[in-house]
Design a protein around this ligand. Sequence first.
Ligand SMILES: Nc1ncnc2c1ncn2[C@@H]1O[C@H](COP(=O)(O)OP(=O)(O)OP(=O)(O)O)[C@@H](O)[C@H]1O
Ligand SMILES: [Mg+2]
Length: 456
Amino acid sequence: MDRRVYGLETEFGLTYAPREGGRLMPEEVAKYLFRHVIDYGRSSNIFLTNGARLYLDVGSHPEYASAECDSLTDLICQDVAGEQIMHDLALRAERALAADGYDGDVYLFKNNTDSAGNSYGCHENFLIPRRVEFARLAEILIPFLVTRQLFTGAGGIATVDGQRQWVFSQRADHLWEGVSSATTRSRPIINTRDEPHADAQHYRRLHIISGDSTMSQTTQLAKIGATDLLLRMIEAGVPLRDYSIAHPTQAIRDVSHDTTGRAQIELASGRRMTALELQRIFYDRAVAFVAAEGAHHDQLERVLDLWGRSLDAVESGDGTSVATEIDWAIKHQVLSRYAERNQLSVDHPRMAQLDLAYHDVHPERGLFHLLERRGAAQTVVDRDAVARAVTTPPLSTRAKLRGEFVRAARAAGRDFTVDWVHFRLDDDRGRTVAVKDPLSAQNDAVSALIDSIEAT
Ligand SMILES: Nc1ncnc2c1ncn2[C@@H]1O[C@H](COP(=O)(O)OP(=O)(O)OP(=O)(O)O)[C@@H](O)[C@H]1O
Ligand SMILES: [Mg+2]
């Protein structure tokens, strides 16, 4: 695909810490969090003027699904904007709670596990051509996804065989299948539910649910950029050997638990390879592909540089060279310095607290955000671009139409229904406009709909 559509869905962890007043169940806190959303959109499932979807499913993990983007920088802007939108809801919830006699703090975490052992996800969506045979795609992609945590993992401390230890990924211990159509009960690496939100004859939406949520913008760039590049190679028919893994979910855990990158992975062929060896193959092939075909976007050099240096860092056992860029290394550096200063072992509860604080979306309280402000975490996009993305959609995809439609309908106080594909004014005799092409930012029928709102 020359222009690819990307979207990121993020589920957040939510807790309430009382200063005064009683405790609250997560479901009750979620109700407070979404009170403003329901006041604003009369539903707990709404689309925003930046083209994103904000919703609360059963349970207590609010989700922000970014608008469709066709560049990595737009995607990062839209994703970080989601944190700010969530944070704004948390502040409103605190005020509403206070009015009801609950004085305390609402915490939102962009992470993947809560203290009760539940896991929630960060789902990556990629538009891919249907002509690519899905079985071949999965065969190549799964070994890549199992091992890419060497540079995409959020890192942190987890309990493995009863012991607290450093790992690459929070999500790895919570995946149960390679490929499946379910996202909740069996939780696969790739979800095959076939809902392309595009012309189904020609496209698929690849739905990857195995990744960790990402705090660092540079990690996000490396994660989505490398995965896109691999997809591009598969689409181009680059011959890649079959590295199918015998037991993918066992392997993803083993790779996560061995931070030397030397976890042995058994392939379906019976051969054994380490995570680093597999990643080196993918990386070398990607470098050769770009050398032959040229870069298809202006961030590609940075993607390859981050990917390559991360593998070097794992190989050398020293993360400092990527400790401002890659989440696991950033977190490891700050937590281990703290442990040294305070003589804490890895199983000390304060270490678990810091690990959690890294993912706090609060711009002043969150540990990652503190590091970023101090220049200890590099960025890809500037603050102004993120601030714009809170209210403005990406301008080169269908999201632009959605954002403009939502804005116009709200301004005029009109009732409307939208989803990723459809646009409708509820009192417009049921006329629904469908925009099947996610890459189209112009559509006469939607323009006419918007004009009709503005004319009244
Ligand atoms: N044609 C497309 N190709 C790739 N991504 C798309 C396309 N259309 C929409 N997206 C992205 O897919 C994501 C869909 O999010 P959503 O939460 O609605 O997921 P879902 O898989 O449809 O449903 P759910 O999470 O409710 O199970 C969004 O980030 C959106 O930007
Ligand atoms: Mg979703």
